[in-house]
Design a protein around this ligand. Structure first.
Ligand SMILES: Nc1ncnc2c1ncn2[C@@H]1O[C@H](COP(=O)(O)OP(=O)(O)OP(=O)(O)O)[C@@H](O)[C@H]1O
Length: 328
């Protein structure tokens, strides 16, 4: 049975601009839930409201209205109790102590949560191993690469052993290899420890690889809340490449463009290619009708492959007018 661990209801937040004193709406009435053991991608273009949402969930920013329940505890009414269930990695390495070693950082943050050095020694050993930082335990943080610092920041968040982990841009600015390593580690954490994780990222490979579900926000509003595989399927069935056994006349091309403005026509020596991303899958029959009526010879029809980055761009650009299936 699905069990909601994070419940965001009708959340709103505006900021007052310092110079003009005008208000800007960062988060505009959003609601979503995250279930136990789920890894949710919170996506959106720059300025969409992701960080504000994450900060409201972990209690660092107070919403103008709406509520957030963490394990049924309201994080505004019982802030400390709600915080016991959450750890967050925001701005990764900036929250570490750069003049302390890797192990000293872990001990310091454990101490902040009321645990003695002795109590956490075994847990720290495990984390150092899990994050492949054993060789660096006595290294000062300011001597580590950005990727290692990020791994340490996530390890620090893991210390508290909370049920919910919030990760804001976990792979931002780190090298590809460490990015892969971070993804592997996060996947293991979800699989073995059943943590509930919310990730924001501009790296769509990270999202496609790690997240089962995504909530996409744009201008502070949710535009899509669906499983990653559903979104991929939904857009895949609409993207076609059609090989024609000849060329289109100017009139035929114009007729097609009028009905399918996104169509791309590429003539070659003997054949030509039509590529089209339809806004709904049924529209392919309309396209066939026009091709038949115009007596345009079709050689082959293929589905184009589409990756999550393309899906994301289409949704953000508003090409998903048919893409909001009811969630069950
Ligand atoms: N402290 C603040 N004061 C004023 N405006 C803010 C503040 N924090 C965020 N904003 C504004 O609120 C909007 C949403 O910002 P937010 O950082 O939540 O978006 P984001 O989706 O995380 O963006 P990015 O991907 O660029 O980090 C933006 O227009 C931003 O300029």
């Amino acid at each position: 049975m699905t069990q909601p661990v994070v419940e965001v209801k009708n959340l709103k937040k505006s900021y007052k601009k310092r110079k003009t004193k005008a208000y800007i709406t960062a988060v505009d009435d959003i609601s979503f839930t995250v279930n136990k053991g789920e890894i949710l991608g919170l996506l959106g273009p720059n300025g969409a409201g992701k960080t504000t949402t994450i900060k409201m969930i972990c209690g660092l920013v107070v919403p103008d209205s709406g509520s957030i329940l963490i394990n049924n505890t309201d994080n505004q009414k019982k802030r400390l109790r709600a915080r016991e269930h959450i750890s967050a990695v925001l701005e990764g390495n900036r929250n570490l102590y750069w003049r302390l070693t890797v192990r000293e950082n872990l001990e310091y943050f454990a101490g902040n949560r009321g645990k003695s050095r002795k109590e956490v020694s075994a847990q720290i050993d495990e984390l150092l191993e899990q994050f492949h930082l054993q060789d660096k335990e006595n290294e000062l943080v300011n001597r580590l690469s950005r990727g290692m610092q990020q791994k340490l920041a996530i390890a620090v968040a893991m210390l508290a052993n909370t049920e919910v982990i919030l990760l804001d841009e976990p792979t931002l600015g780190i090298d590809i290899e460490t990015g892969y390593e971070v993804r592997e580690i996060l996947r293991d954490i979800v699989r073995e420890q059943k943590k509930t994780i919310i990730i924001t990222s501009h790296d769509m490979d990270v999202i496609e690889d790690l997240c089962e579900r995504t909530v996409i926000i744009n201008n502070g509003k949710i535009v899509t809340d669906d499983r990653v595989e559903n979104l991929l399927k939904l857009f895949e069935v609409r993207a076609y490449s059609i090989k024609l056994g000849g060329h289109l006349s100017k009139e035929q091309h114009d007729t097609l463009l009028q009905k399918f403005p996104q169509l791309v026509y590429t003539p070659d020596t003997y054949q030509s290619m039509l590529e089209v991303d339809l806004t709904k899958s049924e529209a392919i029959y309309d396209l066939f009708d026009v091709l038949k009526l115009e007596q345009i010879p079709v050689d082959t029809i293929d589905r184009k492959t589409i990756n999550f980055e393309q899906v994301f761009m289409k949704i953000v650009k508003g090409e998903n007018e048919y893409a909001l299936p009811e969630r069950v």
